[in-house]
Design a protein around this ligand. Structure first.
Ligand code: ADP
Ligand code: MG
Length: 339
């Protein structure tokens, strides 16, 4: 049995679009165990907060009721416990342990795959708990329907309640997570440094936090203040930075699709308003989201002069504060570009 980490709470979990369904469902399940959100299954890639949320459920249940009987295990522990119980002829005890509970939390159920006999035992455990309105919480690294060698009946149970997906956090959430982490760890990092790290590390939260720590240590060793330049040096060549840095080409494609025009319009010379604005937006985003210089951007936009690019950026910047539609378009596009 794995002890709970008391630091995994709802309070210090940063919500964003990528995790708010998971957060809300987890919170609801912990407030009303055995209720509507039973079983609750949270699935998604590594380092996105599944274990954190799962343990937050347990921690919150325990603050409401310190006597609640809650068991938190990984599916591997369940497998081992079951195998040992057969070896030691202690299956009765095993069943007592796993069935006399108010909540059973099983992390990473993908490891049940191919474990035929254990899957049957877990199926029975699940049914007993569920029949008694006891809360079941599960996590998986992907949609259970996609996990190979998981028996059909387990899959159907897993998705009975509310399967919720958790995805990579978008830029704003990544910044908020870094701010919270910096505060927690008493790291005095200017916002521009946090913004820089958040813009470069867009894989998962664990790597994001790792990057912040690395930057901190690097600056300390170099006896340098925390600046974006130092952060860049610290993260250089570590594979932290996004695998696929955004290309201007991709930005043009996304912007064109978003406004229902052709990429050739974006790079072309037409002066009609329904084309000029998307073109300016694409230039603006190219400047913001890539390392390209103004002349380079101009070149990729059909060989335009760098002053044209500068003008476009100025224009967008000037209009953002007064034009909420524009602000929204930019936000949607950034989201679509996954930064
Ligand atoms: P998973 O179980 O999905 O692999 P974890 O729950 O272990 O991911 O999360 C990895 C790390 O990131 C943990 O330290 C966790 O506290 C942190 N974390 C993940 N998501 C968030 C979030 N939204 N807000 C704050 N911390 C988070
Ligand atoms: Mg986990």
């Amino acid at each position: 049995e794995t002890p709970l980490n008391p630091e995994y709470t709802f309070e210090n979990f940063i919500e964003g679009r990528s995790n708010q369904m998971a957060y809300a469902s987890a919170f609801a399940a912990s407030e009303q165990p055995g209720g509507l959100y039973n079983p609750l299954l949270i699935y998604g890639g590594v380092g996105l907060g599944k274990t954190h949320l799962m343990q937050a459920i347990a921690n919150n249940m325990l603050t409401h009721n310190p006597n609640a009987r809650i068991k938190y295990v990984t599916s591997e522990t369940f497998v081992n416990d079951y195998v040992n119980s057969i070896k030691n002829r202690s299956q009765e005890q095993f069943r007592q342990e796993y069935r006399n509970l108010d909540a059973l939390l099983v992390d990473d159920v993908q490891f049940f795959a191919s474990k035929g006999e254990t899957q049957l035992e877990f199926f029975n455990t699940f049914n007993v708990l569920h029949d008694n309105n006891k809360q079941i919480v599960l996590t998986a690294d992907q949609n259970p329907k996609q996990i190979p060698n998981l028996t059909e009946r387990l899959v159907s149970r897993f998705v009975w309640g509310v399967p919720v997906e958790i995805t990579s956090p978008e830029l704003e959430t990544r910044i908020a997570i870094l701010q919270s982490k910096a505060e927690e760890e008493h790291i005095q990092a200017p916002n521009e440094v946090l913004n820089y790290i958040a813009s470069k590390v867009n894989t998962n939260v664990r790597e994001l936090e790792g990057a912040l720590m690395r930057v901190r240590v690097f600056a300390e060793l170099q006896k340098q203040p925390l600046t974006p330049q130092i952060a860049a040096e610290a993260l250089q060549g570590l594979g932290f930075a996004t695998e696929t840095t955004l290309s201007i080409d991709l930005i043009q494609k996304k912007v064109a699709a978003y406004f229902n025009i052709n990429q050739s319009d974006i790079t072309g010379k037409k002066r009609s308003q329904n084309i000029v604005v998307p073109r300016q937006i694409a230039m603006y985003l190219s400047r913001e989201l890539t390392d390209s210089s103004l002349p380079k951007i101009g070149k990729e936009f059909g060989g335009k002069d760098h002053t044209t690019v500068l003008h476009a950026i100025d224009k967008i910047e000037k209009n953002i504060s007064s034009d909420s539609g524009l602000e929204k378009d930019l936000k949607n596009l950034r989201d679509e570009l996954q930064v």
